[in-house]
Write a protein that binds this ligand. Structure first.
Ligand code: HEC
Ligand code: HEC
Ligand code: HEC
Ligand code: HEC
Ligand code: HEC
Length: 229
């Protein structure tokens, strides 16, 4: 019996050879493409920073708490890292990598380091950062495993659905004040049971009415404006 003919393959042995020989090249290029997509950027947004500061090194390896550098977590809506704390450890200018001079300059009264913003909520949305931290929403639930990030990236979409999903069911994300900054937190009994305890203790109950986040104020589009767009 004749062998079944693979109609989609070229018939001539030469073209069959060319096709066969190119398969390893496809495999290699697909694998390389996959790797470059991974090492290029992570999460939703990962800008290159002017100083190659790594949370993986300072938090993951050294175990520093977020508050050590982000000193204004409870009071500011943009709790940026304070450059002067860097000099607690990076004492000797002679040991600096070239990019570090910008940090040293800020710490000694010069211009601020131009860190690229990783997260941004539009100005016409009511979003209170310190409010969330003070009510016990963990850093990890909005920023992901920062302790594993070499270069900081945006781990969550920051979309309206994302906000609303948590407001509907915030329980798994709630912690006591001294637990808010912990990464990979696993309370005995599980996160939901622990969060439920915090929710009850503190009476936490976020709203989802439109004006909760689209609060009417000067210079901000109204809900009607938004829907009309
Ligand atoms: C050694 C100091 C230091 C510690 C400790 C630290 N950070 Fe940072 N963090 C920085 C610096 C510097 C930046 C700005 C550069 C960057 O984005 O990586 C930053 C940026 C960030 C950003 C991005 C801000 C933006 O632009 O949107 C987040 C989120 C963040 N840190 C979260 C954390 C969390 C969560 C912890 C604790 C688990 C933590 N950081 C601990 C120094 C620190
Ligand atoms: C608690 C001590 C400590 C603090 C605070 C600290 N660092 Fe570091 N940092 C280190 C150590 C230790 C290393 C590893 C140095 C090495 O491997 O030679 C390091 C490494 C670095 C590196 C990598 C380059 C290098 O020299 O190896 C950068 C960049 C850096 N830190 C930036 C910062 C910035 C920016 C801040 C402040 C927001 C900061 N560090 C705060 C201890 C600290
Ligand atoms: C409810 C979600 C949420 C929680 C919880 C949260 N963040 Fe954020 N964080 C955001 C969003 C959204 C932004 C951008 C805010 C904006 O655009 O005004 C932001 C901005 C930041 C910034 C940028 C400040 C700057 O330089 O502009 C840092 C640093 C930061 N967060 C660290 C933390 C740390 C540390 C914790 C835990 C103590 C934490 N965040 C908890 C959502 C959150
Ligand atoms: C992971 C959970 C979580 C996410 C994500 C989240 N929130 Fe909240 N939000 C809360 C909790 C918990 C409260 C506190 C409610 C209370 O105090 O009873 C809160 C409170 C608020 C408040 C009222 C607090 C105040 O101080 O005015 C606003 C406004 C708000 N959130 C807006 C947002 C917006 C906008 C987003 C998305 C960009 C967002 N939230 C994302 C959990 C979350
Ligand atoms: C928990 C916070 C929250 C609540 C509650 C909320 N929104 Fe939003 N809304 C947002 C955020 C954040 C954005 C911006 C999303 C983005 O930038 O992708 C947004 C965007 C929008 C937009 C799109 C505007 C545009 O130009 O893309 C419309 C329309 C809108 N909201 C209407 C509503 C209506 C109607 C309600 C009530 C049923 C509502 N929102 C309730 C947080 C909220």
């Amino acid at each position: 019996m004749a062998s079944p003919r693979l109609k989609f393959l070229p018939r001539h042995p030469f073209w069959r050879f060319v096709l066969g020989a190119s398969v390893p090249a496809w495999v290699v290029s697909i694998v390389l493409y996959g790797q470059s997509a991974e090492s290029g950027s992570e999460g939703y947004y990962q800008p290159k920073q002017p100083v190659p500061h790594s949370h993986a090194q300072h938090v993951g390896e050294m175990g520093l708490d977020c508050r050590y550098c982000h000193t204004t977590l409870e009071t500011s809506n943009r709790p940026k890292a304070t450059a002067s704390v860097c000099l607690n450890c990076h004492k000797v200018p002679a040991d600096d990598i070239p990019e570090f001079t910008a940090v040293r300059a800020e710490a000694t009264g010069g211009p601020e380091v131009k860190w690229e913003k990783v997260h941004e909520v539009a100005g016409w949305i009511t979003f209170n950062h310190s409010g969330h931290v003070k009510r016990g929403v963990s850093c990890e639930s909005c920023h992901g495993r920062v302790d594993r990030m070499e270069t900081t990236y945006q781990a969550e979409p920051l979309s309206m659905d994302w906000c609303i999903d948590c407001h509907r069911d915030p329980t798994p994300y709630l912690r006591r004040p001294d637990e808010v900054t912990l990464m990979g937190f696993k309370p005995p009994g599980g996160v939901r049971a622990h969060g439920q305890m915090v929710k009850n203790e503190r009476g936490i109950d976020p709203d989802n009415g439109c004006v909760y986040c689209h609060r009417p104020r000067a210079g901000v589009p109204t809900i009607d404006d938004l829907i009309a767009k």
